[in-house]
Write a protein that binds this ligand. Structure first.
Ligand code: NAP
Length: 248
């Protein structure tokens, strides 16, 4: 077994692809999700069909007690976590900044930023040699939006991903001496259901010709990079912000 991985937002899109590939790489996987139980169970079924081991755990990563319960469940069912993929993230309906409510901002900051911090904290408490752990790896799912800013679409979302980049840089230095590598992936335009959740199901089609490689990416292409960062092949890589964005 390569280790025990928790993938937040593992039911659909990039997270589901990470769960499947991580299982193929030998990880026992906790598939976290919030609402779509059928999709999460499908990911587990696919993993088990190939001889892997996985559990599902529904919770909102922005809720502290839920996150703590999830990590305790993984301790009991799979063993000590060795890899955390902070993938759960949302965009909200396309909006200008002068239209954004405080409720909207609290929601997106809570899921995209606080959720990643809470999960990282629970992982560090188990992985860090300072806390008696044996080390581990954290991969944060940022976005090319952190560089692009997403004007007239979702500057709030882009700003949360800028925060994830800074979080990655700071945390990698904080826990590097304690056996934990921390990196981020910055996907570009990836063909998942996230665009429909912003009210723009045609976003991939609309913007793909502006990508230097003239196409969108797949969830699997992002997952390949993620599982590489999780692996021993990336043993000297930490604090990296890896663009998987077709040159965008
Ligand atoms: P997606 O297809 O919309 O899937 C989102 C996943 O996150 C689902 O599994 C969803 O669970 C889960 N989730 C949402 N809110 C949650 C919460 N509060 N707690 C726990 N889980 C939650 O999104 P995606 O495109 O795969 O994106 C995954 C990550 O990549 C996100 O962080 C996103 O910002 C980033 N990203 C995506 C793109 C892109 O173009 N697709 C580009 C750059 C970065 P349910 O199934 O239960 O709803």
């Amino acid at each position: 077994m390569a280790g025990v991985a928790i993938v937040t937002g593992g039911s659909r899109g990039i997270g589901a692809a990470v769960c499947r590939l991580a299982a193929e790489a030998g990880y026992d996987v906790c598939v976290n999700y919030q609402n779509d139980r059928d999709a999460a169970l499908q990911a587990v079924e696919d993993i088990e069909a190939k001889g892997g081991k996985a559990i599902v755990y529904p919770c909102d990563v922005s809720k502290e007690s839920d996150v703590q319960s999830m990590f305790r469940e993984v301790d009991n069912e799979l063993g000590t976590v060795t890899a955390l993929v902070n993938n759960a993230g949302v965009v909200l309906p396309i909006s200008r900044v002068d239209e954004m409510t405080s409720e909207r901002l609290a929601k997106i900051l809570g899921i995209n930023i606080t959720g990643s911090f809470l999960c990282a904290r629970e992982a560090i408490l188990r992985m860090s040699t300072k806390h008696g752990g044996k080390g581990g790896v954290i991969v944060n799912m940022s976005s090319a939006a952190a560089r692009l800013g997403s004007p007239n679409e979702f500057v709030d979302y882009a700003a949360t991903k800028g925060a994830i980049d800074t979080f990655t840089l700071g945390l990698s230095k904080e826990v590097g001496p304690e056996g934990i590598r921390v990196n981020a992936i910055r996907p570009g335009l990836i063909d998942t259901e996230i665009h429909a959740s912003a009210g723009a199901a045609d976003r991939v089609e609309k913007f793909k010709d502006g990508v230097p490689m003239r196409r969108s990416g797949s969830a699997e292409e992002v997952a390949q990079a993620t599982v590489w960062l999780m692996s021993e092949e990336a043993s000297y890589v930490t604090g990296a912000l890896l663009d998987v964005a077709g040159g965008r």
